[in-house]
Ligand binder design. Structure first.
Ligand code: C2O
Length: 574
């Protein structure tokens, strides 16, 4: 009797624990609508979620289930991607169009349904079709489980700043025209802080554009956690706050060893949390924050600077208004040494609570070149790509990906491939050349829909090698469904006999978006323990449009929880 009682008591305790640790379900509704927004003196109808630009924030705790009903009220087909959410067991909720789902058509809806496990920090969501993410994006904030604290001093307050780009013209027309002519797309008209370009741009909305300016109000002597997101389409960005130092504590929703910096570099697709200690006795009431691109390569880019205001809200000595001379000092546009220095500062926390699980041995080595290329100009057309006789293109191992007409995940799950894709994606370049030296004579890419198939639990090393075809450029590569460990990086061509000796296999940073250095390489490791079809692409929207994208097909494991589940009933039809 006694033992039965204590056994049932023990079971009750276990049950209660399970119940308490389990997250809650959070419901969101995203109505996709056109909405008028005014910036840079121009009122423009843009596509938004719930009439907001940037869009609404998804709040959750680690362990919570999130249900987002997306209702499409606009003529465009679209999908939403939850950038950085690993989607274990919810592969159908990942969102990239024609990879894991067909788009949600006008007047249709789809419920994205996933549970956030083993992740906490800042991520973001965005449209994942054509260039619609220009206006359809917003933060995802995942707090630690109840009664679990941050591994750094508790901030007094938290603020989110999402960096973006503003176009006076319709971005769908911009990319449609570029793909038609084969030339580079028009560039944006401004960078933005939470949607606002700031006083360095022409504005009709008040003295020196202050009404078109984001203000971060702070109190002296406090610690703020700033959640920073780069949602810009095509630009790596430098960010700095005049006269303040920040401490980086997290990257892509993973804690890192804290380090201090004056300036941050953040690529599209990356998110970073930083601590800002405000001055106990500020000499100014306001300080400027600055934002401008890092860019190497050829072609045009938006060479403007956005700014925003850090404003101390309590009385402080000598109130003073900022002038543009008060801009923080930002690195020069092409400061690649800053880039290298900065990215090498990131290291995983590597503690008992947040251990590093980087594969120490590799089952499969894969070497992928990433970069630009050309496509022939169709007969009877004039093109505006390289040498004016070609169209711009981009590729991975010289394959420029054509999207299928049914999602790859559907073709895979139903086993009715019917020619939608091939499984012969080259795991090494078919033609070897001096990748960062003189480009080959023929720079034409091959078109195709090919995947790399991985059996469950393969440990993979991918070396991503930039090429100098057209021009060497940095490429922020994003892998869906996984985080990857960045075990090495360098300039020039990767040397497989020398470079691995310098890998960091102890505390490498783990990210979902990794910058391939301009004219260099980066080595990544991960374990393929999430079955499904996972997109990998450059997070510059222009490069993804030109074909710098591919997919990984990870096969099921033996156990029930290692299998791709069936699709939800409301999965959009093609
Ligand atoms: Cu943030 Cu496939 O994208």
């Amino acid at each position: 009797m006694n033992s039965t009682l204590s056994l049932s008591a023990a079971i009750l305790v276990v049950l209660a624990n399970i119940l308490l640790c389990r997250g809650i379900t959070r419901h969101y509704k995203f109505d996709i609508n056109a909405h008028n927004v005014t910036h840079l003196c121009k009122t423009k109808s843009i596509i938004t979620v719930n009439g907001k630009f940037p869009g609404p924030t998804i709040f959750a705790r680690e362990g919570d289930r999130v249900l987002i009903k997306v209702v499409n009220h606009v003529p465009n087909n679209l999908t939403i991607h939850w950038h950085g959410i690993r989607q274990r067991g919810s592969q159908w909720a990942d969102g990239p169009a024609y990879i894991t789902q067909c788009p949600i058509q006008t007047n249709q809806s789809y419920v994205y349904n996933y549970t956030i496990n083993g992740q906490r920090g800042t991520l973001f969501w965005h449209a994942h079709i054509s260039w619609l993410r220009a206006t359809i994006h917003g933060p995802i904030i995942i707090f630690p489980k109840k009664n679990v604290s941050y591994p750094f001093p508790k901030p007094n307050k938290e603020k989110t700043i999402i960096f973006g780009e503003w176009w006076n013209n319709d971005t769908e027309a911009v990319i449609a025209q570029a793909l038609q002519t084969g030339g580079g797309p028009n560039v944006s008209d401004a960078y933005t802080f939470n949607g606002y370009p700031g006083p360095l741009y022409n504005s009709c909305t008040g003295a020196k554009g202050m009404a078109d300016t984001y203000k971060l109000k702070i109190k002296p002597g406090r610690t703020y956690l700033l959640r920073l997101i780069n949602a810009a389409l095509n630009d790596d960005l430098f960010f700095s706050i005049a006269n303040h130092t920040i401490t980086v504590v997290e990257a892509d929703a993973l804690y890192v060893k804290p380090f201090e910096t004056d300036t941050l570099l953040i690529t599209p697709g990356q998110t970073t949390n930083v601590l800002l200690k405000t001055k106990p006795n500020p000499s100014h009431t306001t300080y400027l924050m600055g934002l401008r691109p890092y860019f190497v390569g050829s072609g045009t880019f938006d060479n403007t600077t956005a700014s925003a205001i850090l404003e101390y809200t309590v009385p402080s000595p000598g109130p003073k208004n900022v002038t543009l001379n008060d801009l923080p000092c930002l690195p020069s546009i092409n400061d690649t040494s800053f880039f290298t220095n900065f990215t090498s500062k990131f290291q995983s926390l590597n503690t008992a609570a947040f251990p590093v699980t980087v594969p120490q041995t590799v089952d499969k080595h894969i070497f992928l070149t990433v970069g630009l290329g050309t496509s022939p100009c169709p007969k009877n057309q004039t093109c505006q790509g390289p040498t004016n006789t070609t169209k711009f293109s981009a590729s991975i191992n010289n394959i420029s990906m054509t999207l299928p007409s049914i999602s790859l995940l559907q073709s895979h799950y139903f086993g009715q491939n019917s020619g939608q894709f091939k499984t012969d994606f080259p795991q090494f370049p078919l033609n070897q050349f001096n990748y960062t030296g003189t480009p080959p004579n023929n720079t034409n890419v091959l078109n195709g829909t090919k995947v790399i198939v991985l059996s469950y639990n393969t440990s993979v090393e991918i070396v991503l090698q930039d090429t100098s075809i057209i021009s060497a450029e940095s490429h922020p590569l994003h892998l869906h469904g996984y985080n990857v460990y960045v075990v090495g990086q360098g300039f020039g061509n990767f040397n497989s006999s020398k470079d691995p000796a310098n890998y960091n296999l102890v505390d490498p940073v783990e990210r979902n978006t990794v910058a391939v250095p301009a004219g260099g390489w980066v080595a990544l490791r991960f374990r393929a323990d999430n079955p499904g079809v996972w997109f990998m692409h450059c997070h510059f929207e222009v490069h993804i449009s030109w074909g710098l994208r591919m997919a990984w097909m990870v096969l099921d494991g033996m156990l029930p929880n290692q299998k791709l589940p069936p699709p939800p009933a409301d999965l959009p039809k093609c």
